[in-house]
Structure formats: structure tokens, C-alpha cells
Design a protein around this ligand. Structure first.
Ligand SMILES: NC(=O)c1ccc[n+]([C@@H]2O[C@H](COP(=O)([O-])OP(=O)(O)OC[C@H]3O[C@@H](n4cnc5c(N)ncnc54)[C@H](OP(=O)(O)O)[C@@H]3O)[C@@H](O)[C@H]2O)c1
Length: 210
């Protein structure tokens, strides 16, 4: 069977690095799309791996400049996009990155006859209330959970004010507020546990740096 090629967009991010690693393990030829190739030569801040040597090819592009994504899907069988705005980036909005950037990628995939396009979104977006995960993280560290509950109306009021101050800030606040309204914990599958991950993270941070 001929080797399949996958384009991983957002390959420098938390999810993207694991996706690159997994596709490579499964025998795919991996083309990693990043903004800054330097970034993937080292591991990420949350234990995620360096993938510069795992990817077979590294291409650069920026979602806010769709022309830079032209032809990134040439010769690709599958696109896996975890390209998204998860933290403030100057005046850039989610509309530009998540929507227009991924739409540009999708258009390029269609142009080049890509057969499958996987886009990572948020499970039950608008419903996330991650108190359980926060509690577990504290417990794993042997600390008493310290969680402050802020009434949703405070967030709504802050969002209203942010709308006058900064549109990008308001967009991110709007996302954060909407994902805090409901429980979005997905059905449990697999055999890896969040508590083990927190433990590993804590151990890594305690290790002396050389
Ligand atoms: N992590 C989770 O548990 C989780 C859960 C549900 C959904 N998601 C969704 O999955 C996606 C990825 O999440 P993540 O946790 O991996 O986030 P992340 O670590 O912030 O990764 C985001 C990726 O998108 C890239 N990106 C951001 N702006 C870009 C731009 N203008 N042009 C090109 N690339 C750009 C980032 O590149 P740089 O490295 O250059 O910034 C990075 O590679 C997000 O849409 C998120 O909402 C994540």
C-alpha cells in the first residue's frame, strides 16, 4: 500500500504535537503546518513533545494571511486541523483564525482533491464547566482545592464592557463565558487518566533544570 500523506495544521500547538506524533507512529508521511518552525524544535510548556524531527516536512503559513496557505494541501490525502486561537494574539480574532483560516485550508484541500478533512472543535462548546478537572489537579498535588465561583452575570457584565474596549478581548471572553455555562466532559474512553498527567506534569516541574 502506498504511504498516505497527512497535513497537520496547528502542528506547534498542544494537540497538534500529539497528532503529528501519532500519525507518524501509524506510518503516515506527516507534513506539519506551523507559523514558526523554530517552535517545534523544543517541547511545549505542558509536556507536549518536540516534533521537528518527527514530521517529514515542515511548511509555514499564517491563518490570518490565507494566501500563505495556498497549495499546502498539494499531494495530501488527509488534513487534520487543530489550528485555532486559544489565547489573545494582538488584534487577531477567532473569526480570522478558526473560521477564515480553516476555511482557506478547506478550500485548498478541495482544490487539491483531499479526501478527508478533520477539524478539531470543542465538544459541546458553550457548556464547559471544568470544576471536576480543577479539583482533580489540586488533589493530585495533595492540595486543598481553592475554587472561587463567580456569578455568570459578572462575566456577562464584563463582556458587555469589554465589547467597548477591545473586540478581540470580547471575542475570547465571550468564548470563555459560553464554555463555562454547561458540562462538556466527553464520554470516557481509553485507559489514560488525567490524574496521571497532572502527576507527571508536577514531577517535571519539580525536576532541577540543567
Ligand atoms: N487542548 C484541548 O484540550 C482542546 C479541547 C477541545 C478543543 N480544542 C481546540 O483544538 C484546537 C487546538 O487546541 P490546542 O489546545 O492545541 O491549542 P494551542 O496549543 O493554542 O494550538 C493552537 C495551534 O493553532 C496555531 N495557530 C494559532 N493562530 C494561528 C495563526 N494565525 N495561523 C496559523 N496557526 C495558528 C498555533 O500556532 P502557534 O504555535 O504559532 O501559536 C498552534 O499550533 C483549538 O481550536 C481548541 O479550541 C482543544
Amino acid at each position: 500500500m502506498t504511504q498516505q500523506t497527512v497535513l497537520v495544521a496547528g502542528a506547534s500547538g498542544y494537540l497538534g504535537r500529539y497528532v503529528v506524533t501519532e500519525f507518524s507512529k501509524r506510518g503516515y508521511r506527516v507534513r506539519a503546518l506551523v507559523r514558526n518552525p523554530e517552535k517545534i524544535t523544543t517541547g511545549g510548556p505542558n509536556l507536549e513533545p518536540a516534533v521537528a524531527d518527527v514530521a517529514d516536512e515542515i511548511v509555514t503559513g499564517d491563518a490570518t494571511e490565507p494566501r500563505t496557505l495556498k497549495d499546502v494541501c498539494r499531494g495530501v490525502d488527509l488534513v487534520f486541523s487543530c489550528m485555532g486561537l486559544t489565547r489573545p494574539q494582538g488584534n487577531v480574532t477567532s473569526e480570522e483564525v478558526d473560521h477564515k483560516g480553516n476555511k482557506a485550508l478547506l478550500d485548498d484541500a478541495l482544490l487539491h482533491g483531499v479526501k478527508r478533512f478533520v477539524y478539531v472543535s470543542v465538544y459541546n462548546a458553550g457548556k464547559m464547566m471544568d470544576v471536576e478537572a480543577v479539583t482533580l489537579a489540586f488533589e493530585t498535588l495533595g492540595k486543598k482545592p481553592w475554587i472561587t465561583h463567580i456569578p455568570m452575570w459578572v462575566g456577562d457584565a464584563a463582556l458587555f464592557i469589554a465589547g467597548f474596549v477591545s473586540k478581540p478581548l470580547a471575542a475570547i471572553m465571550s468564548f470563555a463565558i459560553s464554555v463555562n455555562r454547561t458540562d462538556t466532559v466527553a464520554p470516557a474512553t481509553g485507559n489514560m487518566h488525567l490524574a496521571d498527567f497532572y502527576r507527571e506534569l508536577a514531577e517535571q516541574q519539580d525536576r532541577p533544570k540543567h
